[in-house]
Design a protein around this ligand. Structure first.
Ligand code: ATP
Ligand code: MG
Length: 311
């Protein structure tokens, strides 16, 4: 995959029309080729001009309906695939965002894959392999709940994970993260130029809000199953994770596969923004239903005549 260097702002290939993004979406994109600071540039509690949940509800509903309409065309046209990647700290709301935003979608045209700690044959392959196998087909929406990006996040925060991976000697050195960023950018560029549209969302929850949600998971019996002691341990590494995330955004937000940092302290706002971004991206594709040929049209008319013959 490491075939030469590609500029992150290379717009010769499927340029992403950042200029055209609407005002709700623009603040959340990580501009390709620029460096961001999570702490300075992204407020997890941001909610634009909305004061409360009820104000956003009808807009979210509209967004969900519009998404369903576009999904139907995406499926019928069978040209593009849409890959949506979600990354976040624990309890940021990945699961519930996926559930709500996709609630209007035809299940036949959508699959969700959750990537857990790799095991067995997954470990006997390169780190993109298991995600590669799960990529959406043309016409489909594929959702990755975590992804190969874990390989520059959790593995970076826990160097021992990398040590245990049976990688060839010499591969683990100070350049490994730069190499991985380049490999990922190349992989995503390859997918994009073959018809896969890629959207990447980081749900940006604050450390305080995470604590609140963890305590709720501990206190409410119906939420107990969602909590593991390991979640509390990972929380202690919050700063290291933020550094790894920032590095990842600054190296892998590209014209062809940009990152969006979505405020996640208000779940309803997260859902609204995510739905809006997916909707806007599908809209830009100018999707349409396939036009049937003259001959096929003729056949349809004949079928109609047959159907209308009185018994
Ligand atoms: P929730 O938010 O409900 O906890 P989750 O996505 O965290 O959902 P879990 O089953 O708790 O799901 O966690 C999956 C775990 O797998 C995460 O801790 C993640 O870091 C880890 N993981 C995923 N991919 C990799 C990978 N490639 N290498 C190492 N660990 C990974
Ligand atoms: Mg978890």
């Amino acid at each position: 995959m490491m075939t030469g260097h590609h500029s992150k702002t290379d717009s010769s290939l499927h340029p992403f029309p950042i200029k055209k993004l609407d005002d709700l979406i623009r603040p959340f994109i990580v501009p390709p080729g620029h460096k961001i600071s999570l702490a300075k540039d992204h407020d997890p509690a941001y909610k634009a001009h909305y004061l409360k949940k009820s104000e956003a509800e009808s807009e979210l509903q509209e967004g969900i309906e519009a998404l369903a309409k576009y999904q139907d065309m995406l499926y019928a046209q069978n040209t593009y695939a849409l890959l949506i990647i979600f990354q976040a700290m624990d309890a940021a709301g990945k699961d519930s965002t996926i559930k709500h935003v996709m609630s209007g979608i035809n299940p036949q045209g959508c699959q969700v894959h959750s990537f857990k700690v790799p095991a067995g044959e997954e470990l006997d392959h390169d780190y993109l392999w298991r995600c590669s196998k799960a990529l959406p087909e043309r016409g489909q929406i594929g959702i990755f709940n975590r992804s190969f990006y874990e390989e520059v996040l959790v593995t970076r925060v826990h160097p021992d994970i990398l040590e245990q991976r049976q990688l060839p000697p010499g591969l683990i050195n100070k350049h490994i993260w730069a190499h991985r960023f380049e490999e990922i950018n190349n992989f995503e560029k390859y997918l994009t130029s073959n018809g896969t549209i890629i959207l990447k969302f980081f749900l940006n929850v604050s450390k305080e809000e995470q604590k609140k949600r963890f305590l709720e998971r501990i206190d409410l019996p119906e939420k107990n199953w969602k909590f593991s002691v390991n979640d509390a341990k990972e929380r202690m590494l919050w700063h290291d994770y933020m550094v790894a995330y920032e590095e990842m955004f600054n190296h892998t937000s590209t014209e062809w596969a940009p990152w969006y940092v979505i405020p996640a302290d208000h779940k309803w706002f997260t859902r609204l923004v995510v739905a809006d971004i997916i909707y806007s991206r599908l809209k830009e594709l100018n999707l349409s239903y396939p036009k049937v040929s003259e001959a096929k049209h003729e056949e349809l008319l004949q079928a109609k005549v047959i159907l209308e013959i009185p018994k």
